[in-house]
Design a protein around this ligand. Structure first.
Ligand code: SF4
Length: 234
């Protein structure tokens, strides 16, 4: 049994092509910019056995030219056994399986999950000071980068750009170094922060330091950061 927050039948934002996305319930990572705070509580969501889950997503398969499944959350590694079994069974049924993770938890679990998936969408919260924006420590990040430096599974890096929080030249340099350690990186996605999730946070009665400034990330800021990373020439 796994705890599932929601199933999205169609997405073009969570890996290559068009895919179905399963959002697992439960996340201990505590990002101050989280767009899905409803997923944090591991006791909520629906309990669903894997065979039932696979039956449900099978209905979407005819609408997906190359059946892709992204396991997201929440943090999928917070339900490690369930996630591993889901990866295994979904692959057996012909799905291309992407794992969307922050790398939370044991490095051994992380390594096993990276090996099992067809693609890893790895979110780096901050390359030098992840505790500025999440509960992850720099040691935890280091452990996961060490795993990815040995991995052959393709990796897409995801990074949320928040002015004054994650966008400085030192952060860009740190991110560049982190990425250079992963030989199987195929893509780097710099995602602009927006404040759309504030209402969700407020409904939960939660507060975030990001609520106190008018923080916006526009395309120009993303382009500037990509230039610092060497992803753009001008
Ligand atoms: S890891 Fe993802 S789900 Fe968890 S707090 Fe961060 S952004 Fe939210």
């Amino acid at each position: 049994m796994g705890r599932i927050q929601q199933i999205q039948s169609f997405s073009t934002l969570d890996g290559p092509g068009s895919r179905c996305v399963i959002f697992l319930q439960g996340c201990p990572v505590g990002c101050i910019f989280c767009h899905n705070p409803d997923s944090w509580d591991g006791q909520k969501g629906m309990e669903i056995p894997i065979d039932e889950l696979l039956r449900r997503i099978d209905r979407f398969r005819p609408f997906l030219p190359n059946p892709g499944l992204t396991i997201s959350g929440g943090e999928p590694l917070a339900q490690f056994e369930f996630t591993m079994e889901l990866i295994r069974q979904a692959k057996t049924e012909g799905w291309h399986v992407a794992l969307d993770t922050s790398g939370w938890g044991s490095p051994l679990h992380f390594e096993e999950a990276v090996r099992g998936a067809d693609l890893v969408l790895f979110s780096i919260k901050h390359p030098l000071e992840p505790t500025r924006v999440s509960q992850l420590t720099v040691n935890e990040l280091e452990e996961k980068l060490a795993v990815l430096s040995r991995a052959t599974t393709p990796v897409w890096i995801r990074y949320v750009l928040i002015p004054s929080w994650t966008d400085g030249p030192e952060a860009a340099e740190g991110l560049k170094k982190a990425i250079s350690r992963i030989p199987s990186v195929e893509k780097v996605e710099i995602l602009p922060y927006n404040s759309l999730a504030q209402e969700k946070w407020k409904k939960l009665g939660w507060d975030s330091p990001l609520f106190y400034d008018d923080i916006r990330t526009d395309e120009a800021k993303v382009a500037e950061f990509e230039r610092l990373l060497g992803m753009r020439s001008q």
